[in-house]
Write a protein that binds this ligand. Sequence first.
Ligand code: C2E
Ligand code: CA
Ligand code: CA
Length: 727
Amino acid sequence: MTAPAPGQQTAQTLAAARHTERRVQLALWASGESVWEWDATSNRIAVDRAEAEAAGPGIEDVLPGATAGMPLEQFFSHADAEDAPSLRLAWALHLRGAHADIDLAFRVTDPGGCRRWLRVRGRAMGRNSQGCTDHVLGTLKDVTAQHEAEDSLRLMAHAFASTRDALAVVDAQWSVLEVNESLVRLVGEDSGVMPGADLRTWLPVGDISLDQALAEGNWCEEIKLLAPAGAVPVEMSVTAVAASDGRRHCFLVALHDLRERRQNEQRLQRMAMQDKLTELPNRLAAQLHIDQLLVHAAPEFGLLFIDLDGFKEVNDSFGHDSGDALLRAVGQRLRAALPPDALLARWGSDEYLVVLAQGSGDTEVRSAAQVVLAALAGRFDVGDQELSITPTIGAVLAPQDGLDFSLLLRKADAANYAGKQAGRNCLVFFDNSLDNDAQRRVRMTSLLRIDTDRNGFRFVAQPKVDSLGRPVGAELLMRWNTEAFGNVSPIEFIRLAEKVGLIQLMGRHAAHAAAQLAAASAALGYPLPVAVNLSPKQMLQPGLDSLLLQACRRNGIAPGMLELELTESALVHNMDVVKPMLHRLRDHGFSLALDDFGTGYSSLSYLRHLPFDKIKIDRSFVMDIERDPAAVRLLDSIVRLCQVLGMHTVAEGVETPQQLAALTAMGVNEFQGYHFSRPIPVDDWLALLRDAGGVLPLLPLPLLPLAALPAQQLKLQPMAPAAPVLS
Ligand code: C2E
Ligand code: CA
Ligand code: CA
């Protein structure tokens, strides 16, 4: 082989060098790197223009002026304040030969304000005669995307590791590729859940491969995780994740522990179903329970609707805290006394519901009612008070009384109402006649409201006489006549008014009518006091005394012309409120009479402390006179005791001369009853006085045609206010 000629050799070498250079350029272009150069003489650094252009929008967009070359210090100053020191240090160490090369990433802010990462690498190419580096060559690359990817990868890895949700990466055959801490904790440290394990060991998902399962998209379901320590309800969601080759998939299985959520749900459900005050099941819970019993093929159970008697008075006189405490205590006593399989719920203010177990009937209802009555019989210590309360119980039986929750409840309520009418503290079973009662009550209530608003009542007067039959006063009694129901007994409409809250306004009408009548009879020359009945509810009305005073003022009479009749039941439960009110009324000059004496608590001892002027002996005592010698003896001692206490006695319901004789013999002061006169229209009473011409007429009044009375009853007409006051 002949050696090439020198010229030819140079050309070959040159061509080879070009070839190499092109390959280097190609390599650089492919890697996205730009070449830079620094020399000590100029102390400038310049990025190769050709490479920069070849790489497209690149280094010049990040470091403007880099291709034209810039002083080294200017190059450094492009680096972020945080990174500039390490860049300078790396440069210095390399120049001094301490580090073989430079390899460092640093951040710059491009002219658009974006932060970018640049990786600079370089190596000294030559040293001068003093051994100092005078030429460095290197590459520069925008590695922002790579950094960001790394960052996000780090973030993802961190999230995977630290999330509270349990995560596993599996292949299509459920073989575990990766698990996080939470998953290991959830399945169990010793469960063996780790890469390589089959996740289906703990997840009962069947034999399906994930490729099939996820053909339709994501998979999400609630499932039981079979952890060695016990099954855990989890929400499983599976998502396909493309692997880096883009073809294969792996799957991310996320398990969310539902135990806490379930507990919260249960807690919320409990709260929604529980009465806050008594912690008993509430209305909703009772309804659901009854609905459940009703879906049985042959539902058979008893239901007791309990309403406390006189609870409102407790609330009004002892305050709501005492009322609340009483309701709680009642709930506790009932719960303890009733069979465990009976549901006890609080239905409303002072109402409770007992739903007996499936299979219960008439007998079980009766014995449950006995249990309820007995449980509440003892006194309740509430704060520093001793309270007593009784229940009225209405009962229904499914299926005979209904197969529908609201029907059963309505009937139980109707039975309860009948129990209240029958005297409370008792059990009443529903029967169909009560249904009519309930409808009657609803219609009557709306009529009563209207008539209370417009004072659509009439008043009658029943005279009271002394032992010679001379009138000493009259009792005003209210009458209510409706087109739909005819004459309604005051026993019924007064009770209804008390229940629906109309009694106070009605009482006001009665007080004005009484004052008006007293004024009218005084104007005729007969200053006879007029008695008016006060409902127990009125006694709890704070403004009662001013209302009564106003009635007297309007009609120009002294309070002594009004006699207020109160029953014992008004006193018993509310002594704390009633006693001061009685004293106030007495101080104003009203006279006070205890009505229906003997029907209630019959203890004269406490009467000593109350400012009563009169005791009205109940009609039931008077009725017994002729047939029961023991009753006579009892009555005799009552009358004597009243005399000792300085109280007048009035006998009610005197119907026969024999009764009158016996009562007179005992020393009773006043008499009232059909023997003398039925209640008569007030105008008739006034006419009677007027016709007497200044001499008190003697009663009985044989002239009054009793059968014709209702038609004669007249409404009191408003009269001139200032009738003369006679005393
Ligand atoms: P009361 O206060 O005990 O009234 C006496 C009741 O006995 C009256 O019935 C009267 O008609 C009746 N009576 C009187 N003498 C005899 C008799 O010799 N034999 C018989 N069998 N009965 C006699 P009435 O008018 O039906 O009133 C019933 C109850 O209604 C009253 O009982 C009273 O508690 C209440 N009431 C009546 N009017 C009012 C009122 O304006 N306000 C209030 N709060 N209650 C009233
Ligand atoms: Ca009365
Ligand atoms: Ca009475």
